[in-house]
Design a protein around this ligand. Structure first.
Ligand code: CTP
Ligand code: MG
Length: 394
């Protein structure tokens, strides 16, 4: 939800997460969307995924009224902003309630019970939506199938697909389908849309994006998140950046505004802290450097807010199977003073990386008056980023 005009993603979408079910098949005293999965509530995983996507301009969470307080406190802990809407008795009714509150031209409707969707899946859906009314993730069926309708009869699995969420639609088109009678009888938006003759493309789904349905599914999801097999390993990247200091009326550093009689000189907002961190993330992703992705010669990056660079690098890291674990940044300057701004920088970077505060560290040092930093001519920043590298299938 960090989007602005002219962002990396050209236009935005509304994400609707439906979380108003009872989770009866999963059992337990807490509804499955609020059960803790590898350290945070199930709902938090997908809410964070959308909140960190630059193209997500509005996040709607559809919940049961009695769960609203728990959902609100979960979002506050994560610093994720979302609109809460009361759900209905069926999944369809909950989707419809969310749809009524959507403000963007495109909607992505997602089950809270699918915590492990990736950023690239969202990209595939948005690309699919460019030439269709709707787009949904789907996977082939591996097991042999039989029908029990009469006797045990084999079913050809070749043309069958398992359909997941998010399901992406042009908002007005989907609203029209929901305006027709019988809308409540459909298990998902693809089946409703197809009944009304809308054209829906299927994009490649993800095994990780399975729906928590039965009690054993939680252990499977935790195993996927905490995978420690021979293929899993930590990976690091490092980054370094320098920008010139000049008299001015304030500057951006590590994603926050610092009021001081200085400015940082550069083509974008010249936030050397975020640039060093972006390069560190790109390093871990094996994706080159910031100049390759955002050339200073390209006018669209003039004055750009550097959080966009970092979010883009995180998306590339995600594609490469890298999940953030930790970031350590050193700022080298005489001025501005870092101490009074350290907590705000740490909080902002933790938010951008989707990490807890303890996993982000900001250090500052001077160079004892020596060199360009010592003379106050410039500010340098170094960053080390650590992530977990893991295979993304199965
Ligand atoms: N959902 C909803 N409103 C409903 C029913 C379901 O928002 N009235 C949401 C669920 O919270 C879930 C998603 O739809 O995120 C997919 O539904 P399902 O897996 O069936 O979840 P539950 O209905 O909660 O589970 P169960 O059917 O086992 O009770
Ligand atoms: Mg259900």
């Amino acid at each position: 939800m960090k989007g602005e005009e002219g962002d990396v993603a050209q236009s935005g979408y509304t994400a609707i997460i439906v979380a108003a079910g009872r989770g009866e098949r999963a059992g337990g005293s807490t509804p499955k969307q609020l059960r803790v999965l590898a350290g945070k509530p199930v709902l938090a995983w997908s809410a964070e995924r959308f909140a960190r996507d630059a193209a997500c301009r509005q996040l709607i969470i559809v919940t049961a009224p009695e769960l609203a307080d728990s959902v609100t406190s979960c979002l506050q802990t994560l610093s994720v902003e979302a609109m809460l809407v009361n759900g209905g008795a069926t999944r369809g009714a909950s989707v419809r309630a969310g749809l009524d509150a959507a403000t963007e031209d495109r909607v992505l409707i997602h089950d809270a019970a699918r915590p492990l969707l990736s950023a690239t899946l969202i990209d595939r859906l948005l690309a699919g939506l460019e030439h269709a009314d709707g787009a949904a993730p789907a996977l082939p069926v591996a097991d042999a199938l039989v029908s029990l309708s009469d006797t045990v009869t084999p079913v050809d699995r070749t043309p069958l697909r398992r359909v997941q969420t998010p399901q992406a639609f042009h908002t007005q088109v989907l609203r029209r389908a929901f305006g027709q009678s019988g809308w409540d009888a459909f298990p998902d938006e693809v089946s409703l849309a197809r009944t009304h003759g809308l054209d829906v493309v299927l994009v490649e789904g993800e095994e990780r994006n399975f729906k928590l349905t039965w009690p054993d599914d939680f252990a499977r999801a935790e195993a996927l998140i905490n995978r420690t097999g021979p293929m899993a390993m930590t990976i690091t990247g490092q980054g370094y950046d320098v920008h010139r200091l000049a008299p001015g009326d304030g500057l951006m550093l590590c994603g926050i505004r610092i009021d001081c009689p200085l400015r940082l000189v550069g083509h974008s907002d010249a936030d050397a802290g975020l640039h060093a961190l972006t390069d560190a993330v790109l390093g871990a992703a094996g994706a080159g450097d910031i100049g390759q992705h955002f050339p200073p010669s390209d006018p669209q990056w003039a004055g750009a807010s550097s959080d966009r660079f970092l979010l883009h690098a995180l998306k590339l890291a995600d594609e490469a199977g890298v999940t953030p674990l930790h970031a350590d940044i050193t700022l080298i300057c005489e001025r501005p003073k870092i101490g009074p701004n350290r907590d705000a920088m740490r909080a902002r970077i933790a938010e951008l990386l989707g990490l807890e505060l303890q996993r982000v560290n900001i250090k500052a040092t001077t160079t004892e008056g020596l060199g360009f930093t010592g003379r106050g001519e410039g500010l340098a920043a170094q960053a080390v980023f650590t992530g977990r590298l893991e295979p993304r299938d199965g």
